[in-house]
Design a protein around this ligand. Structure first.
Ligand code: ZN
Length: 109
């Protein structure tokens, strides 16, 4: 596209600059992966990266942020430092089973 014009076809969601996780300020950056990855978590640098694709899809943006924040929380708890690190399994369990259950049962509070 000449002149560096911007796409206006899609709704561009507001970028997040940072979030707080258990009292830690976590920087949020956006990048483009070419293998379909949507996010990554770098606990040592207190940083989460989200795909630019997330900015065009509200649900994907939220789901990816939640997923990467779970990695950050699990790292902060120390679970990631176990000899055999199965943290992806815990993250998937929470996101696919625990969060949907909470969502479906919110009205019971
Ligand atoms: Zn993951």
């Amino acid at each position: 596209m000449p002149w560096g014009g911007r796409h206006t076809k899609n709704t561009i969601m507001r970028k997040l600059r940072n979030v707080t996780v258990l009292g830690h300020k976590i920087d949020i950056e956006y990048k483009t992966w070419h293998d379909g990855q949507f996010g990554s978590c770098d606990p040592d640098n207190r940083s989460i990266k989200l795909s630019h694709a997330c900015l065009k899809d509200d649900e994907l943006h939220w789901a990816t942020l939640v997923h990467e924040v779970m990695h950050m929380i699990i790292w902060l708890t120390g679970v990631s430092h176990m000899e055999e690190n199965n943290e992806e399994v815990y993250v998937r369990c929470i996101e696919n089973l625990v969060l949907p259950w909470i969502d479906e049962n919110k009205h019971r509070k």
